[in-house]
Design a binder for this molecule. Structure first.
Ligand code: ZN
Ligand code: ZN
Length: 249
């Protein structure tokens, strides 16, 4: 399994990265975890957009799903021909929501190119060679973390979430744990929204992950402070990921 960090900026695109988008490849199949604002651009550095086989959306915030509207244009109007229908796994309501974001208010709801499937909490889904298990997390909209398994390896992804013990099961023994850390401990952070680096580290330690990949740091946040928070709770291998980073498992 190969993981490419296409975009890792938290909440909105930053000067050095698009919003959340992670490319997973295994056995020639290409699955995107999230396709947030700005991500369709740098994604083209890593893969031909017409080779994307499926998309898994953690939640319907713009920084995790909005570039699906651009991907719709590519899939429907590319001069080399229309792509086959693409499965999109997402929270309930994604079809109408994204159709409205695209500018459609009725009719096909993007269903002429995208085949939407709703996640069910805890129910694993086979997507090509990947088995993806979604787990509800704590965020202002319906949001899922993912445990993705393929070829005997595991990549876990927190999506966006406030502290929630379910992350320990999502990431248990994972080879890689992509975990958000949007907040710093020195601020008064609002509840039910995001994690700090210290909280990400705590979950990674409890889950016994092989490597923690800290992500979703907004450009207004000091990544060095997130990292120093992390080191108060976590002593294992980690990276503060950057756009373009690649991990082969
Ligand atoms: Zn986000
Ligand atoms: Zn969010």
């Amino acid at each position: 399994m190969r993981l490419t960090i296409v975009g890792c900026a938290g909440s909105f695109p930053g000067p050095d990265s698009a919003s959340s988008c992670y490319l997973l490849e295994h056995d020639g199949f290409r699955l995107l975890l999230d396709l947030g604002s700005g991500a369709l651009g740098p994604l083209q550095r890593h893969v031909d957009l017409r080779d994307i086989d499926a998309v898994a959306l953690s939640h319907l915030h713009a920084d995790h799903c909005f570039d699906l509207t651009g991907f719709f244009v590519v899939s429907k109007y590319h001069p080399d021909g229309q792509m086959p229908e693409i499965p999109i796994y997402a929270p309930d309501g994604a079809g109408p929501f994204l159709a409205s974001s695209y500018g459609r208010t009725e009719g096909l709801q993007l269903g002429d190119q995208f085949d939407f499937h709703d996640w069910t909490d805890g129910k694993s889904v086979d997507i090509g060679p990947f088995t993806v298990t979604p787990t509800l997390v704590d965020h202002p909209v319906t949001a899922y973390a993912f445990r993705v398994e393929a070829g005997g390896k595991v990549v876990a992804y927190s999506g966006d979430t406030a502290p929630i013990d379910a992350l320990v099961d999502v990431a248990a023994g994972a080879d890689l744990f992509l975990c958000e850390a949007s907040f710093v401990e020195s601020n008064e952070n609002p509840p039910n929204l995001h994690l700090t680096g210290a909280e990400a580290g705590e979950y990674a330690a409890r889950a016994g992950v092989g490597r923690l990949l800290v992500t979703h740091i907004p450009s207004w946040t000091d990544a060095a402070e997130v990292e120093s928070d992390l080191l108060t709770t976590y002593a294992g291998p980690y990276d503060i990921v950057r756009a373009g980073d690649v991990y082969d498992l």
